[in-house]
Design a protein around this ligand. Sequence first.
Ligand SMILES: *Cc1c(COP(=O)(O)O)cnc(C)c1O
Length: 400
Amino acid sequence: MSIHLTGKGPQTIAIHAGESPEKQNQASAPNICMSSTFVVDAPISFSAKNIEADTPMIYTRWGNPTIGQLEAKLAALENAESCVAFGSGMAAASAILLSLLSQGDHVVMSNTNYPGTAEVARDTLPRFGIEATTVDTSVLDDVRAAVQPNTRMIWTETPSNPLLRIADIAGLAELAHQNGAILVVDATFATPVATTPLDLGADLVMHSLTKYIGGHGDALGGSVAGRRELTAPLRGEGLIHYGGIISPFNAWLIMRGMATLPLRMRAHQENALKVAEYLETHPRVVRVLYPGLPTHPQHELARRQMKNFSGMISFVTEQPHADAARMMKELEVIHYAVSLGHHRSLIYLMETRDLIGSSYRLDGDELRKYEDIAGEGLFRLSVGLEDADDLIADLGRVLG
Ligand SMILES: *Cc1c(COP(=O)(O)O)cnc(C)c1O
């Protein structure tokens, strides 16, 4: 018997959605279907244009039973009509931008966000005649001022990399819809445990599944959820034409990680709050940014919009480069490495000059605003699931 999800809580949904016992052998856990092709008993069109929700399996780049289970689980957690999984978060992001925008269109995007997305907006889109304006999307008036008659999309990341700015999703959705545009939210840092952007009016929500949703640092993946009318072109172009399909093995690993997502997010938040409070009292720490702290400039919005403050902390020290050098050599528990959302704690210095030069290209007031917060660079700490006391001791030793 398969489970009815209506009225079930998020933990039950995270565990059971998309899965049901194998029909052939009654296996309780899902089997992995690695097959690249499927035997058909009637002619099926090869064209991406002819794919319907009930088209039988034909070839894994079109869709696959294991990937389909992952997509169903994600759709259930996001309250979405449909979901498409990708081979990475960047495959998901580029599929959205390249499948839903055309020559002559305009997109308004966060001016500080995931560097890959920032560079696609600044370098790739203009080559195809698509214009991008970047603003601080946590300031609604700045977004309103950037909207043009040809604006088709507003793109925000909340909380944003690396400043942990919070964008008002409902406010941005209203603004987008008044102007005939769609709102896309990269909610990787929040996860569906903290926010379900579609419920707040967003049109699409994307994730790097590589981060919290997979949760264990061993599989790359991405996803986009929303109305079928918007996700269908992403399957047709992003998967079938551009080829951004996820391996069924990675889909299976991520699905296994997702079963514990609500439990893990609670533990990430609990640990992050302890570490953030410790860092705030440390004499060599200049500034701590964590949406769960009352000192976060948008703590009130975070409280209204987020059911969980996640495990991402950014902090600034007096001597970031010297501290980074010590961390690389002397951290015992925390790994000095990029990425985030894993059970292992990860820390990395996000150097201002590097980010501004390569990805964000801010100048004038925008640059000053960034430097006022980040100085020469800020440490992005993804607080994992180890014991908080061990993380605090590790940081205490290197910060002196
Ligand atoms: C990591 C990340 C991405 C890119 O995801 P990959 O899986 O590494 O391709 C996009 N957005 C955010 C916010 C991320 O943290």
